[in-house]
Design a binder for this molecule. Structure first.
Ligand SMILES: O=P(O)(O)OC[C@H]1O[C@@H](O)[C@H](O)[C@@H](O)[C@@H]1O
Length: 258
């Protein structure tokens, strides 16, 4: 059922989910929006960069500022490149099959992925309950739904948490590589998902917790919901990057209208 079709919610199907009436599709970031995996990525990055920096006698990785400003939301290799460049360090790119101990952008990214997969294998990963409920209701009222993440591990996370049953399209780190898309903060991944769903960007909402992701949604002409689970200056930073509204959790959007 599509938003345009009548339902027991009448014409205002987006309104029951706390969205503007013209919205007919939802494009969700994954890590930190649907699942608590932003914390896991952050841990893996911190361990990877700390090891690299300390071996050179340099100050460690700041899991708040360095992560939010240079790494969060971007494809893996861009995260390595942008963080190192903030410290004036440049490494050769290497290639995708570099071993995890290679001193290259790909090597460092692969090292982080080994650590991330170990953490994911510990199991027990559940979606944020309010995000699962939001997806369920979005499906029920007939909004179109996609996940748009820079992570190449998206499929594993959405299937192991059961979120795949609510999602109609996936644009992720694998798609980015296969289709040669520009990663966030470029709008291309969100535009690709909107295209797959057959929805104009002006009629879709992006849900993002990362500054790069909010900037991407803004650049694509989407309605942008910023999700602040971090506190401090993050809500203000999300607004400054282009969020139309900022909520601490998707549950707030459900509460507003239920
Ligand atoms: O290394 P992966 O799983 O491909 O993820 C790439 C990026 O995906 C993003 O969703 C995360 O916010 C980043 O922290 C992560 O680095």
């Amino acid at each position: 059922m599509h938003a345009a079709q009548s339902s027991r919610y009448g014409d205002n199907v987006a309104g029951v989910l706390g969205l503007p009436d013209h919205v007919s599709a939802c494009l969700f970031d994954l890590d930190g929006v649907l699942t608590p995996t932003a914390v896991i990525h952050n841990k893996a990055w911190t361990a990877t960069f700390d090891e690299f920096l300390r071996a050179r006698g340099l100050p460690g990785f700041d899991p708040v500022h360095d992560y939010n400003d240079y790494v969060d939301g971007k494809p893996r290799e861009a995260g390595v490149r942008d963080f190192l460049s903030s410290r004036g360090i440049s490494l050769p790119e290497g290639t995708a099959d570099d071993p995890p101990d290679a001193q290259t952008v790909n090597g460092l990214g692969n090292r982080k992925n080994v650590l991330l997969l170990k953490l994911l294998e510990q199991g027990g990963l559940e979606p944020y309950p309010s995000s699962a409920e939001y997806l369920r209701r979005a499906k029920e009222v007939g909004l179109r739904r996609a996940v748009v993440s820079s992570s190449a591990n998206t499929l594993q996370v959405i299937t192991s948490t059961g979120l795949d049953q609510y999602l109609e399209a996936r644009v992720d780190g694998v798609t980015i590589r296969e289709r040669g898309l520009k990663g966030k903060p470029a709008p291309d991944t969100f535009l690709e998902a909107a295209r797959e769903l057959g929805v104009e960007p002006a009629r879709a909402a992006v849900f993002e917790d990362a500054l790069a992701g909010v900037a991407a949604g803004r650049a694509g002409g989407f309605f942008v919901v910023g999700v602040d689970r971090v506190g401090g200056d993050h809500a203000e930073d999300l607004r400054r990057s282009g969020a139309d509204v900022v909520v601490p959790d998707l549950g707030q959007l459900l509460e507003e209208r239920s």
